[in-house]
Design a protein around this ligand. Structure first.
Ligand SMILES: CC(=O)SCCNC(=O)CCNC(=O)[C@H](O)C(C)(C)COP(=O)(O)OP(=O)(O)OC[C@H]1O[C@@H](n2cnc3c(N)ncnc32)[C@H](O)[C@@H]1OP(=O)(O)O
Length: 214
């Protein structure tokens, strides 16, 4: 059984912990900046980010960043790699992943998600509960596709796109890096980078940019 260090002690980390256990990992503990962060089940806080180096020196080699913030997840993951950690790839046993799909390190595929043929999922991606990523989609590093969202075939999502709850995208849609697609939106065609879109068809939310929402 591989032993895993989690980074993050919030709601997303609780779900990731369940997935890690279901996928056969033993979780040694989690890191969180809040000294008062309560245990998650049996799993306790071991310290903050600075503790990672000491744990690496003690022989721990495998970590996973369980943070919902797309940018922070990548940033902390890269720091852990620089300290010598490898990052796990977590796939819940109930997820359906095509043998021809590829999934990067630091990525989690949550319960009941589907990743279909030839999809390419980058690093630090969250394919959340029940999301559907159809054939030939390409998801850049740090993307989050939220629960019950659906991407039709051959969609491309740039780095750190946030694709909201229940949103969907027509096949061949392209969404620029850093864009936020609101819950329930229907993407048709092309969405520019770093904007927030909502509705069906998805249109920019006036006066709101993605930096302001994050
Ligand atoms: C396990 C998990 O939970 S994973 C997390 C999943 N989370 C999500 O999917 C959340 C997705 N986020 C959203 O949909 C957000 O509402 C955003 C990013 C689109 C906009 O956020 P904010 O800028 O904070 O919007 P705010 O709540 O201030 O609303 C601004 C306006 O947009 C409207 N609006 C907000 N979200 C949506 C939406 N998804 N669809 C349509 N209209 C919307 C609001 O009604 C409001 O309209 P008004 O000005 O006429 O009153």
């Amino acid at each position: 059984m591989s032993t895993l260090l989690l980074v993050g002690g919030g709601g997303h980390a609780k779900v990731v912990l369940d997935i890690a256990h279901a996928a056969g990992f033993s979780v040694v503990g989690f890191l969180d900046p809040d000294p008062a962060a309560p245990p998650i089940g049996e799993v306790r806080r071991l310290g903050d980010d600075a503790t990672a180096a000491a744990l690496r020196a003690q022989g721990l080699t495998l970590a996973f960043v369980a943070l919902g913030d797309n940018r922070l997840r990548r940033k902390i993951g890269e720091r852990l790699r620089a300290e010598g950690f490898r990052l796990a790839t977590l796939v819940h046993p109930s997820a359906v992943v095509s043998p021809s799909a590829s999934i990067g390190e630091g990525t989690v595929i949550m319960p009941l998600a589907v990743v279909n043929a030839a999809a390419r999922i980058g690093e630090y991606v969250i394919v959340n509960t029940g999301a559907i990523v159809e054939h030939d989609c390409v998801l850049g590093d740090g993307v989050h596709v939220a629960p019950r969202s659906a991407l039709g075939g051959c969609c491309t999502l740039g780095e750190e796109v946030f694709f909201g709850l229940g949103a969907c995208a027509r096949p061949l849609s392209r969404i620029g890096a850093g864009a936020i697609v609101g819950a329930g939106a229907v993407v048709v065609g092309e969405i520019m980078a770093n904007i927030v879109v909502v509705g069906a068809p998805a249109r920019p939310l006036p006066g709101v940019d993605s930096e302001a929402v994050l």
